[in-house]
Design a binder for this molecule. Structure first.
Ligand code: FAD
Length: 466
């Protein structure tokens, strides 16, 4: 009987463990997870903190007991793997009970990513948070509950500074305008905090198109988020707990600060074992997610993947890739070699009352580096038939290669529920299948007045660009 050992019990790790065991019930599957939570949806944490989801348990798709009892997986929570010996094919894990050595025939490293903590003044002051784990989520929700209790709001009056909760403790600073920063702006504003969002660059959601970023920025401001673009946070001040966020130009008093400054792949364990990293700094793998060491795989937020447009390695730490690559590895180990597929960098975000999505290549410099001659058009069109009640607009940005007319990428923004995100799926197909703008404009998309116009905004954008 052969043994499959997994390090890390979330999306990539548990997908691989479950699939391998299902396809080959004779396989011994052992999973080491350093924390207590497995198979959790960190993506739901902003909505848990907001209060739309009541318990952390609701974010868990399969419990440890279910993995052990129903799926026959030897899941060891509270076990941190501290060493991998690829020559002897042994891992060493540490737990409260001491050290365990476990031999393997196949090994998956699925250690995920850690929130980046920038080296600035005061990051270790109490009240400066990150949001990367279930524990972080719990602490932030407790902070929200505590603040609301201490400073209840009878009638939030949307006036000047410190207007939501009744003191400056009700002001929060978010550092970073990526998707976690934007989602948390919504979660905290919904709890009556005055939100200050600092973004070093000149736009939020910088992997989306300029037009999408501008729409999101405008909407954040409409929702009373104080947005500081081109504003680099230099540090936090506070005597015991955080009291202010400081930039070169400003000092804003806050009762809490959240770092949404990106994530970094957790690679130390792999590096110590002689496993190579790629140019992105994440673990390098081939199409089967194999590393440079025999029978050692890596997947999810600790690993890189190849971009479907450029074919080059990229680091896009998102949930579907982790699940998909984990599942493919499980299949491979069970005897059916399966490629996990590339990534298009497809992402979606909700910001208060709007939604946005992006896929493929949008950045002209990156497109040029990959040998393309990029051209971009942005259109705005109605989201539903003009005569149909409700509806709004959809902004579509399309980027194509001028020489081949191939669709390289797209970015969309609409009101929440007006279809930017679901529409982006047609673009993912076009980008992945190397479709030209002309072919895209002939896609036979569905039409009915409650959903779109006869020429869906995607088709209109393709016609304008074609
Ligand atoms: P992780 O989920 O990071 O899991 C890795 C696990 O390995 C952890 O449980 C860790 O404790 C364990 N581990 C690490 N080192 C060791 C060790 N040495 N020994 C034992 N165990 C170890 N993605 C999306 O696609 N859409 C979203 O909307 C979205 N929203 C998000 C919102 C938030 C707030 C966060 C934090 C993430 C979000 N993501 C989203 C990203 C998504 O959660 C990740 O891409 C996904 O969880 C990656 O899964 P993973 O298994 O690779 O890594």
């Amino acid at each position: 009987m052969s043994t499959f050992v997994v390090v890390g019990g979330d999306a990539a790790g548990m997908s691989a463990a479950s699939k391998a065991k299902r396809d080959d019930p004779d396989l011994d599957v052992v999973v080491f997870e350093k924390g207590e939570w497995v198979s959790y949806g960190a993506c739901g944490l902003p909505y848990y903190i907001k209060g739309e989801i009541q318990t952390l348990e609701e974010l868990v798709s399969v419990t440890p007991e279910q993995f052990r009892q129903k799926r026959d997986i030897d899941l060891r929570t509270g076990h941190e793997v501290v060493d991998i010996d690829p020559d002897d094919r042994v891992v060493t894990a540490r737990s409260e009970g001491g050290e365990t050595r476990q031999s393997y025939d196949h090994l998956l490293i699925a250690t995920g990513a850690a929130a980046v903590v920038p080296p600035i003044d005061g990051v270790d002051i109490e009240g400066v948070y990150t949001l990367g784990s279930m524990t972080d989520g719990k602490e932030l929700r407790e902070f929200v509950a505590r603040s609301r209790e201490e400073s209840p709001v009878e009638q939030p009056d949307r006036g000047p500074a410190c207007h939501f909760l009744e003191s400056c403790e009700g002001a929060v600073g978010i550092v970073g305008g990526g998707y976690i920063g934007v989602e948390m702006a919504e979660a905290l504003a919904a709890n009556d905090f005055e939100v200050h969002l600092f973004q070093r660059g000149d736009r939020v959601l910088k992997t989306f198109s300029d037009a999408t970023s501008e729409s999101v920025a405008e909407h954040l401001r409409e929702q009373d988020v104080a947005l500081y673009l081109g504003s680099e946070v230099e540090g936090f001040e506070g005597d015991g707990t955080v009291e202010a966020v400081r930039t070169a130009e400003k000092r804003i008093e806050v009762g809490m600060a959240l770092l949404g400054t990106g994530v970094r792949p957790r690679t130390a364990l792999a590096e110590d074992a002689g496993i190579e990293l790629g140019p992105t700094g994440a673990i390098e793998t081939d199409a089967y997610r194999r590393t440079n060491r025999p029978d050692v795989y890596a997947a999810g937020d600790c690993a890189e993947a190849e971009h479907v447009v450029t074919g080059k390695p990229v680091y896009v730490p998102l949930a579907l890739t982790a699940n998909r690559h984990g599942r493919a590895i499980g299949q491979t180990i069970a005897g059916n070699p399966t490629e996990g597929g590339g990534v298009a960098g497809t992402a979606a975000v909700k910001a208060f009352e709007i939604e946005a999505a992006r896929t493929g290549l949008l950045d002209h410099d990156i497109a040029r580096d990959a040998g393309f001659d990029p051209v971009t058009e942005t259109i705005e069109a109605k989201s539903r038939a003009g005569y149909y009640p409700e509806g709004g607009t959809v902004g579509v940005t399309l980027t194509a290669d001028r020489r081949s007319n191939r669709v390289l990428g797209g970015s969309l923004v609409s009101g929440y529920g007006e279809g930017a995100v679901h529409r982006s799926h047609a673009l993912v197909g076009a980008v992945t299948e190397r479709i030209t703008v002309g072919e895209l404009s002939n896609y036979d998309l569905a039409y009915a007045p409650p959903f779109n116009t006869t020429w869906d905004p995607i088709l209109t954008a393709a016609k304008v660009l074609g």
